[in-house]
Each structure stands twice: as C-alpha cells, then as structure tokens.
Design a protein around this ligand. Structure first.
Ligand code: HEM
Length: 422
C-alpha cells in the first residue's frame, strides 16, 4: 500500500519542479526563457539573510544567491572554500580519512578551481598550470558591453563636438595678410618623427577599432568567411606597426621635450584659452600651452598604451597589474580613503584581461584627443598644416600664434627666415 502512495507523491513532485524555484528579491535572475513564471503563492520562501551569509542551508557550498550573483558578475564571498583546498597538517592529527587519504576529492577540485593546486603539466607555459579561472566571462562582458559603449560615445562625441565647433567658429584665419617671408618651423628629421608617429597611430587606431567593432558590423554585412581574413590581416598589421609607433614616440619625446616643459607663458595662454576669451593672441613660445598638453597626453597615454600592448604581444610575460595593485595597496592610500584593497594576486589570464581593457580604454581616450589635434592641424587653423607638411610657416602666422618663438629665431638664427618659397 505504501508503494503506490510513494509513487503518486514522486509523480506529483516531478510534475511541479517550477514550485522549487527560488526567487531572490535582491538579485534579478537572467531571463528564464520559456519557463513559465511561478505564481507568488507557489514560490519557495526566500532564504533569510542569516542562511545566506552562513551558508548553513547548503552545508558550506555556494548558495543560490552566490550563483545568481556570479552570473551577474557581482562579487561572491568564497573565502571559506578558497581556504579549504588542501591537505592540512592537523588533518593527520585528527586522523580524518577521506576517499583519497587525508585529501578529499572536493578539496582537490577546489584547489583546481582556485588555482592553488600543485599540478604538473606537459606544457610549461606561464599560464599552463591555471586550469580553471572564472574571469573570462567578466572580461568578455566588459569588452563587448561597456568598452564598446565607451568607445562609441568618446569617439562619436568628440567628432560631434568638433563639427559643432567648426560650424560655430569656422576656420581660424590670419588677422593680417601673409608677408611672404617664410620661417623654418620643423626640420626634416622632426617631420619624419611626426609623420611616422601619425601614420602608425592612424593605422593602429583603424585596425584596433576593427578588432573591437568589426564582428559587430562586418559579420552581419559580409559574413564570417569574408571577415576572417580581414580580422587576421588587421591583427597582423596592428601587432607589427606597433613597433613604428613605439620608436617614433621615443623620437618625438627626444626632439621636443625641451620645448614642452611648462613655464609662466602657459598660465596666461590657458587663462585666455588661447585667445578665445579677451580676443587677440596670447604670447607663446615654440609650443603654446594647448600644444604642450597634447604633447604630454601623447607621451603619457602613448607610453601606457605601449606597455600594455607589449604585455598583450608577449602573453603572460609582462604582468603589470598584480604588481601595480600590490604597490598601490602598500602605499596605504586606499586604507586612508576607506577603500577596499586591490587584488594583488592575479591569475595570468586576469592579467591579460586587464591589459586588454586598459590598452583599449587608453587608446580610445588618446584617439579622441588626437581628433582635436588633427582638426587644428588641418581644417581648423589656416596655415598650420604647412608647418608639418612643408616644414615652414609664414612670418605673419608665426607672429600671431608663436610671437616669442619668432623673436627668438629672428635674434638667434636669422638664416631660418627666408623669402617666399612656393
Ligand atoms: C593627419 C594627422 C595629423 C596631422 C595633419 C597633424 C598635424 C600637425 C601639425 C600641423 C603640427 C604642428 C603644429 C605647429 O606647427 O604648431 C603637429 C604637431 C604635433 N603632432 Fe600632429 N598631426 C597629425 C597626427 C598626429 C598624431 C596621430 C599624433 C600622435 C599620436 C600627433 C602628434 C603631434 C605632436 C605631439 C605634435 C607637437 C605638439 C603639437 O603641435 O600639438 N600628430 N601635428
């Protein structure tokens, strides 16, 4: 008699699995697809905060809240399991014997899961002994979500700003007609350094953006077959052109650092926003304060982009983030600001993921800055392009934009001032 009753109860239990679904009031679960919504009255009671924090309800295993939080990329307190991964000396004293002697299966899997297992692999690469790590999805979500949104807003936003500025202000023209006398502004070696930097940067920006956005726009249009060789070529070009960028970054630093050190003329220039307020042209030496800002942005962003790029080019060899985070933690700044410590002990894969996000973010910021520079060097200001194109500028242009530099050249190197050159 008991058997049919038990069978009926089991059948009932199996037909209503949805009733066992737990809905956490704080964590919205991922879309449930075709599973019908569970009526309020049939839902299992929510776990109390006590059950969640002590995990008494799961015997120490992850709670449903943990799983839902992990799915959403939120932090999960797994310190208990992280610590309980290995054979402990005191297990010997208690004599507790598991299926594998003093080391249990669960402990072994936890050690693999948290990258603390002492394992040997055939491949001896730096990341080979990390067999499980769960940062991959977080990285992928960042790369295909916030990073793309940030890139779109930063690049399209700065282009929109420039178009609006052009429509409002128009081209900055000379106040007086050109004199016909030309002054050498950049020697051939300086122009070589600049154009190597500019062309390599533009190629890197295009191929970099292609790898960030390419699959989003090109695969739907041309298909995967067509996009694959394009993506491969873009990656090859990006990896190899990076050397030209790094070399030219060193070149322009050496050529121009002396002329880009800040001084008092910069304060006046900045206060008058380069002449936008108060009219006229504030005095400037070879480079005005705006150009100095561009120069230092190129040097600082270019260096950090190069370092993170090298770490991506030679995977797992140049781990920048764990060390930097450890250094920041040691300064005590975070404690003073009541902020949590940064993770100093990162898996090799997490290092690579952070390098990628950092590299892309810094490159996008520098590209947006360079849009402003290219605008001013071309359509934005009359006569500016000649400085880098031909290497010389009209005396009137020099008087209006860099009067202190003109006075210095006239006094110290008059041979650099020539009659009109076509
Ligand atoms: C088509 C692209 C570009 C054009 C037309 C252009 C144009 C110019 C011009 C005309 C100057 C001289 C300004 C003067 O005489 O005062 C200059 C300087 C400079 N350029 Fe470019 N440039 C381009 C791309 C780049 C790129 C991609 C970078 C860096 C990644 C760069 C970095 C610099 C720096 C650091 C200077 C010196 C400081 C300054 O004038 O702002 N340029 N550029």
């Amino acid at each position: 008699m008991l058997r049919p009753i038990a069978a009926a109860l089991l059948a009932l239990a199996l037909t209503g699995p949805a009733a066992a679904q737990y809905v956490d009031p704080d964590v919205t679960a991922a879309p449930m697809g075709s599973v019908p919504a569970v009526p309020e009255t049939e839902r299992a009671p929510a776990l109390t905060p006590d059950q969640e924090s002590t995990r008494a309800s799961t015997g120490g295993a992850p709670t449903l809240t943990d799983i839902l939080r992990r799915q959403k990329g939120l932090p999960v307190d797994d310190s208990d399991r992280r610590a309980d991964t290995a054979f402990q000396d005191d297990d010997l004293a208690t004599g507790a014997m598991g299926p594998q002697g003093n080391f249990s299966d669960a402990q072994m899997w936890r050690a693999l899961r948290y990258d603390s297992a002492d394992i040997t692999t055939v491949n001896n690469g730096p990341a080979a002994t990390t067999v499980i790590q769960d940062g991959g999805m977080t990285w992928l979500n960042w790369r295909s979500g916030p990073l793309r949104i940030f890139a779109g807003i930063a690049l399209l936003g700065s282009l929109a700003l420039l178009i609006a500025f052009y429509l409002f202000r128009g081209r900055m023209r000379l106040d007086h007609p050109p004199t016909g006398r030309r002054i050498v502004r950049f020697e051939a070696f300086e122009r070589f350094g600049h154009w190597l930097l500019a062309t390599s940067f533009i190629i890197l920006a295009v191929t970099g953006l292609l790898s960030l956005f390419g699959r989003l726009f090109f695969i739907p249009l041309f298909g995967k077959q067509a996009f694959a060789p394009v993506a491969g070529a873009a990656k090859w070009t990006h990896d190899n052109i990076s050397w030209a960028f790094m070399i030219s970054l060193v070149l322009i630093f050496v050529f121009w650092v002396r002329n880009n050190l800040p001084d008092r003329t910069d304060l006046t220039w900045l206060k008058r926003a380069g002449g936008m307020f108060g009219g006229g042209h504030p005095p400037a030496k070879k480079f005005n304060a705006g150009q100095k800002l561009i120069f230092w942005a190129v040097i600082v962003f270019g260096t950090t982009i190069s370092l993170s790029g090298l770490s991506l080019l030679f995977p797992f060899e140049l781990n920048l983030f764990g060390k930097t985070f450890g250094f920041i933690n040691d300064t005590g700044i975070l404690q003073a600001l009541n902020l949590p410590a940064l993770p100093g002990d990162l898996s090799p894969q997490a290092e690579m993921a952070l390098s990628q996000i950092w590299h892309a973010t810094m490159s996008i910021i520098l590209t947006a800055i360079i849009f402003f520079h290219i605008y001013l060097g071309t359509v934005g200001m009359e006569g500016a392009f000649d400085a880098m194109g031909k290497g010389d500028v009209d005396e009137e242009w020099a008087r209006e934009h860099h009067n202190l530099w003109l006075q210095k050249v006239a006094a110290e190197k008059p041979e650099k001032i020539k009659e009109y050159r076509a």
